[in-house]
Design a protein around this ligand. Sequence first.
Ligand code: PDD
Length: 276
Amino acid sequence: KNILLNDHIIPYESAYIPVFDRGFLFGDGIYEVMVREKHGVFFQSAHLDRLQENLHKIGLQYNISKIEKQIPELLLRNDLQSETALIYIQVTRGVAPRKHAYPDNPSPTLFMYAVPYTITPVNTSNITAVVVPDYRWQRCDIKTTSLMGNTMANEAAHLRNADEAVFVRDGRITEGSHCNIFFVRDGMVYTHPADTHILNGITRKIVIALCRQHRIPVKETAWEAIALEQADEAFLSGTTVQIASIARLGEHTYYEGDNCGPVTRTLQQAFADLKK
Ligand code: PDD
């Protein structure tokens, strides 16, 4: 298994990050997760644009243009040309003496790996989720490697035998620990606005576009946590979950077993069609 570290593709066993890397000390970095499918990396340019935007948001000057060439090279070096694969990219502010203030002339660390990843055209497995307080910071729009709040929430879900944790901030549902969330009521689709309290998912944007194409009305309005039972359907969106129907959220059950609502089903099908 070969990974990319800075400009070199090397076996992962021989890849090391210096202990003074700010990614290690502060979680001072940005990451992306993408999947390579039959036709190439799904919405690659949207992911790379977001990476660039996020680096800009944390004031880290780094030219990501070489990544476009490095992705196929990394896949090739792992014999993943024809398989579906998950690609992880992270850029940190690199090695510097430990000070909170950013170093004057950072030398960023680029790390990228690719692994085989099975992705079904339609995600038919229903999800169970619990609701947890959104104890994360106020810049959830930044796809930072500082993910303590997200991992804590996800662990809390697993301890309660659920698949995912969904955050609630000021009484409203924001997003999942590693995905966005949508609600459906009377044929109308609702999701949290793309402000600083959520990550504006590439899949979230695709879902909104698919709704418009299928003449399903969408409102970027956050759902109230006390009104979970007033939704007809709820689903998650994200690179890894794709579009996943929620069977149970908190105390409320939307669908039993593998059943799922008609709007969720339509969107899952439309999403699968994008990959044909
Ligand atoms: N997570 N919200 C959060 C907090 C996320 O971490 C993610 C993605 C999303 C969905 O974004 P997208 O549709 O662009 O994948 C929303 C990735 C997959 C991860 O951390 O593994």
